[in-house]
Design a protein around this ligand. Structure first.
Ligand code: SF4
Length: 768
């Protein structure tokens, strides 16, 4: 076939937060090439190996292409009509018999990369009327949302480093060389960090592992896992002790500075040094460096959030950026301005309703609701524990908590006890194997794309749209259609209900509520669109760069953003100062010392003298993996075995461990002893006393359809961790700094398979 028949498509990668623009070449309805889109205004041609794996994901024979119904313990292919009939037969009856909270909803990380799911999951939750909503946010990022909500009045008002103009970036508990940002969308972080260094700037990394980012840094400091809040409090203390606290231009907008000064009194650098495993002089020097560099910021992420003082750490990051005059200033920590869907660009500027925590509490342990959801660590107990409000049915959307949440074995048993479970997913995996009905999601290449969340976290402002590369397979609905229909059927609608009709009715209702007298004109102007496209057009047109339905003719609308796709989208410029207009706090000010966080500091002060455990475990991110669902793709699975336990050679000697041999990691929990067996890799990149195991592995459970992943299943780190531990303010799971024992477990008995050689082998589904 001649290359003249090739077509080139431009697609934003939906696989991680970096949102790279890709150029995808198609021949005869098959992808023949994926590379970075050089003209992309945001990512400028950057791509990582996961982006290339979109081809493998699209073609994966294990990817579900038809609904599955579990009959007599086995998942069998079914028609969509059969699947909807089964849901209609069972779910509304359960809800009617046991009440709204009896049906729970759980959504995972991939839903954050799907505008169709982002816009319809809230509708599903609202239709169900359940308080039992759980998402992956409480596995790694809820502390960041809580800190932002309390300081700035909205969960998504998250300042990010203005790396393009910074002279100093301090990175704590994050590995952006591998992740390309988390709660910070920054494709090609490595290139941007090198540019920072080339203009004389410095990158400083603080992490218990000499990560890929630390290897690039000018300076790297080890820190004991779980001590981030203590380090940060010690830095804040230093600012006050040395007269360096100066919020600069924000001084007139910030309240509570004296209260912060009083609250950090117990946390001198000398007092926290032992807890952090860092010399006091280093802590003081970090504070002085941040305060003394005009264009600088501190950025912290997953390692800082997955701790028992996670919200405290996230808040102290902003306290430091504010007290050193770096918040909302070029080269400091700045707020992106998204073209659509950002709450901090809608409504009256500079003031709002603020946020509320704990409007209600979970039934079993009394955990506070945050952002309308309960912590994922509560899900198993809410299923297991009898009584009014017990969860009896579960809807999962693109989530795999059996692997991604602590104590997956307990959750798996709880899922087995449900009276009904329905999943929307691309795989029959460790979680969906428990579902009675699995509804397949379309391939990402069959879906339109516009990032709803990540322009709110981006290193530069932009608007980019991707049309589908391929049409959906006959009969395959878009995910938003499936979720809209699920909301209707779950609440008693006939299974023949038409998703497009539901969408049209809901859009009309929303437009009438939002636009009032102007509703007829808005409906007419968007009548050619449906689903997410229609909502996106309205959001763009009424957004900060929008055409305001003709009142600002040069402004954005969907057609303009779509037309810019081949040219790499629309660049909306560098980050600009946004305070005080961004604020949505009730008084239009930044209260630097929220009561809840001052109380958390007091709790931390009581914990300051706790002796460190001899060995603690942390997670790890790999460029070829993202959470639990990319281990079935040949291009990512090939190469060296990655699910290893990294330990310092001194620890290996002390514990009798051998490079390449197996080790048992074990710990005692309130529910009994737990252990996993992992291959040992010795490296001085680890801080002594710390072992690192990546999460998201453990593909050796029965009943799944992940043939390649099962060949090298790895061990599930989260099986070792405890669902009773969480950060009390945010409900985020504690996944870092947990004490473990490590014992020799003999030689690696079976050499890991090489998927490079076996990728083409047939992959047979294992039936439950
Ligand atoms: S860094 Fe990789 S996975 Fe993430 S968006 Fe870019 S290409 Fe996709």
């Amino acid at each position: 076939m001649s290359a003249s028949t090739d077509t080139v498509h431009h697609r934003i990668c939906p696989l991680c937060e970096a949102c790279c623009g890709l150029e995808i070449t198609v021949r005869d309805q098959r992808v023949i090439g994926i590379r970075g889109h050089a003209a992309d205004v945001f990512s400028a041609g950057y791509i990582c190996p996961k982006g290339v794996a979109l081809k493998d994901l699209h073609e994966d024979p294990d990817r579900l292409r038809t609904p599955m119904i579990r009959r007599n313990g086995r998942h069998e292919p079914a028609t969509w009509d059969e699947a909807w009939a089964e849901i209609a037969r069972r779910l509304p009856a359960l809800r009617a018999a046991h009440g709204r909270d009896a049906v729970a909803l759980a959504a995972g990380n991939p839903s954050a990369h799907k505008i169709g799911l982002q816009l319809t999951i809230p509708r599903l939750a609202k239709a169900l009327g359940t308080r039992n909503v759980y998402t992956a946010s409480t596995l790694d990022q809820m502390p960041r949302h809580v800190a932002s909500g309390l300081l700035y009045g909205h969960w998504m008002s998250v300042p990010v480093p203005d790396i393009a103009r910074a002279d100093l970036l301090i990175v704590l508990g994050a590995n952006p060389v591998v992740s390309n940002g988390s709660m910070w969308t920054v494709p090609d972080f490595r290139g941007k960090a090198r540019a920072l260094q080339a203009r004389g700037g410095r990158l400083v990394v603080i992490d218990p592992r000499r990560t890929e980012t630390a290897a690039l840094a000018d300076t790297h400091h080890f820190i004991r896992p779980g001590a981030d809040a203590f380090l940060l409090a010690g830095m804040v203390h230093t600012l006050f002790a040395e007269g360096l606290a100066n919020p600069g231009g924000l001084a007139a907008l910030v309240d509570g500075i004296a209260a912060v000064q009083a609250a950090v009194a117990p946390f001198s650098a000398d007092a926290v040094a032992a807890r952090c495993g860092l010399p006091a002089d280093t802590i003081r020097a970090l504070a002085r460096d941040l305060a003394g560099t005009p264009r600088a910021s501190l950025y912290a992420r997953i390692g800082s959030c997955t701790q028992e003082f996670g919200t405290l750490a996230s808040w102290l990051v902003d306290v430091l950026n504010i007290l050193t005059g770096h918040l909302d200033t070029p080269g400091g920590a700045m707020f992106p301005q998204a073209a659509a869907f950002a709450a901090n660009t809608s409504g009256p500027a500079g003031r709002g309703r603020g946020v509320a925590l704990g409007r209600h509490r979970s039934r079993v342990r009394g955990a506070p609701e945050v952002m309308g959801e309960f912590p994922m660590v509560c899900l198993a107990e809410e299923i297991e524990t009898p009584g009014p409000g017990q969860i009896r049915a579960l809807i999962t959307l693109a989530t795999n908590p059996v692997l991604s949440a602590p104590n997956g074995a307990r959750l798996a048993a709880a899922l087995d006890s449900l009276e009904f479970m329905v999943s929307l997913d691309i795989y029959l995996n460790e979680t969906t194997r428990h579902a009675d009905v699995i509804l397949p999601a379309a391939s990402p290449l069959e879906d339109m794309h516009y990032d709803l969340a990540f322009p709110q976290l981006s290193w530069r402002n932009h608007a980019r749209y991707s049309p589908p590369v391929f049409p959906r397979a006959p009969g395959q609905p878009a995910e938003w259609q499936t979720v809209l229909k699920l909301a209707a059927v779950a609440t008693g609608a006939d299974p023949s209900v038409d998703a497009l009709a539901l969408d049209a009715a809901q859009a009309t209702q929303e437009v009438q509520q939002r636009f009032g007298d102007a509703a007829p004109q808005v409906l007419e102007a968007t009548a050619h669109l449906q689903g997410p496209d229609r909502l996106l057009d309205m959001a763009l047109r009424t957004g900060p760069y929008g055409d305001q339905f003709g009142r600002r003719p040069d402004g954005l609308n969907l057609a303009k953003v779509q037309a810019a796709t081949p040219a790499g989208g629309i660049d909306l410029g560098p980050l600009e100062p946004r305070l005080p207009a961004l604020l949505r706090t009730t008084d239009g000010r930044i209260g630097l010392a929220p009561d809840a966080l001052v109380e958390e500091l007091a709790r931390a002060a009581r914990d300051l003298a706790r002796a460190p455990a001899p060995l603690v475990v942390i997670g790890r991110r790999d460029v070829r993996s993202n959470n639990s669902w990319m281990h079935n793709l040949p291009v990512l699975a090939k190469g060296p075995y990655r699910c290893t336990a990294l330990v310092h050679p001194d620890d290996a000697r002390r514990l009798g461990l051998t490079e390449g041999a197996l080790a048992q990691l074990r710990r005692d929990t309130p529910q009994g002893p737990r252990s996993i067996t992992v291959e040992v890799a010795c490296t001085t990149d680890m801080m002594p006393g710390v072992v690192s195991v990546p999460h998201g592995w453990g593909h050796d459970l029965p009943g799944m359809q992940l043939g390649l992943a099962a060949q090298r299943p790895g061990a599930n780190l989260n099986a070792l961790l405890d669902d009773t531990l969480c950060d009390p303010l945010s409900g985020n799971a504690v996944l870092s700094g947990v004490a473990v024992e490590m014992l020799p477990a003999g030689p690696a008995s079976v050499p890991p398979a090489d998927p490079t050689a076996s990728a083409a082998a047939p992959r047979t589904a294992v039936q439950a």
